[in-house]
Design a protein around this ligand. Structure first.
Ligand code: AHM
Ligand code: MG
Length: 349
């Protein structure tokens, strides 16, 4: 997209904000009403507020456990609860948002009985335990359309349980050394940096492409003993002379680990383990939006058996194994997994 020619008006301004970018993208869709950009601007507003709270976490005493009492005798609130409330408030003002679902809510929430046609599902502050040690955290979101034939008092959970392939938009915000927002509406992946001096997300990179291969793996190897054999064999192979040199990188914050993988290439894995036999990460607000972004950037995402975006969710908080990253690297892991699954089947048979 040529933004210079898409954005009207006399301007010598050298930057494009996220809101302007969305509007200019919508011009490619003559039937668009602007409602969708209104919704996404609710997410950018929440992201700016959460970013400010994350940056001031130590100062305003929102670290630690909810329920603690701070120096002033006030009830402390965990930053992930505050982030959740911020998203609920910012999106709740958008009359076209019908249902919100979040890691912090047991069940989907219908907004003021609204008939809004969009569903927003989010992890308000992923990796929040990292915040106590000043490591990057993030917000992840996915937007779906609600089945309007279901408006008459149907169970909102039924509206929410859609496979990732139906996402209209997805993205994340990483609160790292700077705050970066990355989103897709199915027309490529675009990246913005929060400029604190103007309080706006400014376009940093359009049509981000993930390198097709990349010798970097990202996995919690502390769980090695309970990884599936195929994953163990892939990781062993990465460390051989013939394959190497690979680099290991693991932050333990999905958004930050994925952000690096998107830009540098390589692979992120969270396989099933004995502690989390179905994987640790959540399908609806972690794996699906990340998988949508990965595919839009030319990468791939699988649970080891099937494409993440094709999985039909059974529940809001269900977990999934996740292997995501450069297409070539994900296919290599798939090969290792298939080979070893076949060998194991032969032994069992
Ligand atoms: P959370 O939603 O409780 O923050 O957990 C999700 C996080 C991800 O950000 C990260 O990829 C993963 O947990 C790390 O898990 P582990 O500490 O087991 O390696
Ligand atoms: Mg999370």
């Amino acid at each position: 997209m040529d933004l210079e020619h898409n954005i009207d008006g006399p301007s010598n301004r050298r930057f494009v904000t996220m809101e302007e970018h969305i509007i200019s993208q919508q011009r490619n869709h003559p039937t668009a009403t602007g409602g969708f950009s209104w919704l996404l601007s609710g997410i950018t507003l929440a992201a700016r507020i959460i970013s400010a709270k994350v940056r001031r976490a130590g100062i305003i005493e929102v670290l630690g456990e909810a329920g603690d009492v701070n120096l002033h005798g006030e009830q402390q609130q965990k930053l992930d609860i505050l982030s959740n409330r911020t998203l609920e408030e910012c999106l709740g003002f958008r009359e076209n948002v019908g249902i919100l679902a979040s890691e912090e809510l047991d069940e989907p929430k219908v907004i003021r009985g609204s008939r809004g046609k969009y569903i927003v599902i989010f992890d308000p502050l992923d990796g929040s335990s990292n915040i106590d040690v000043n490591v990057s955290v993030g917000t992840i979101f996915a937007v779906y359309e609600r089945d309007t034939s279901n408006f008459n008092g149907s169970d909102p959970l039924m509206d929410v349980l859609q496979p990732g392939v139906k996402q209209l938009a997805a993205g994340y915000i990483v609160y790292g050394s700077s705050t970066v927002l990355t989103y897709t509406t199915g027309e490529g992946v675009h990246m913005f940096t929060l400029d604190p001096s103007v309080g706006a997300f400014v376009l940093a990179q359009e049509h981000v492409k993930m390198p097709e291969t990349g010798k970097m793996f990202s996995v919690n190897e502390g769980n090695w003993n309970s990884f599936p054999r195929g994953v163990q064999e892939y990781l062993k192979w990465c460390k051989t002379k013939e394959a190497g040199p690979y680099t290991a990188r693991y932050i333990g914050s999905l958004v930050a680990d994925f952000h690096r993988t998107l830009l540098r290439g390589g692979i992120f894995l969270y396989p099933p383990t004995s502690k989390a036999p179905k994987g640790k990460l959540r399908l609806m607000y972690e794996a699906n939006p990340i998988a949508f972004l990965a595919e839009q950037a030319g990468g791939k995402a699988t649970d080891g058996k099937q494409r993440i975006l094709d999985k039909q969710p059974e529940s809001l908080h269900e977990r999934t194994p996740l292997v995501v990253g450069s297409k070539g690297e994900v296919e290599l892991v798939e090969e290792f997994m298939h080979r070893h699954a076949a060998q194991e089947a032969l032994v069992e048979g």
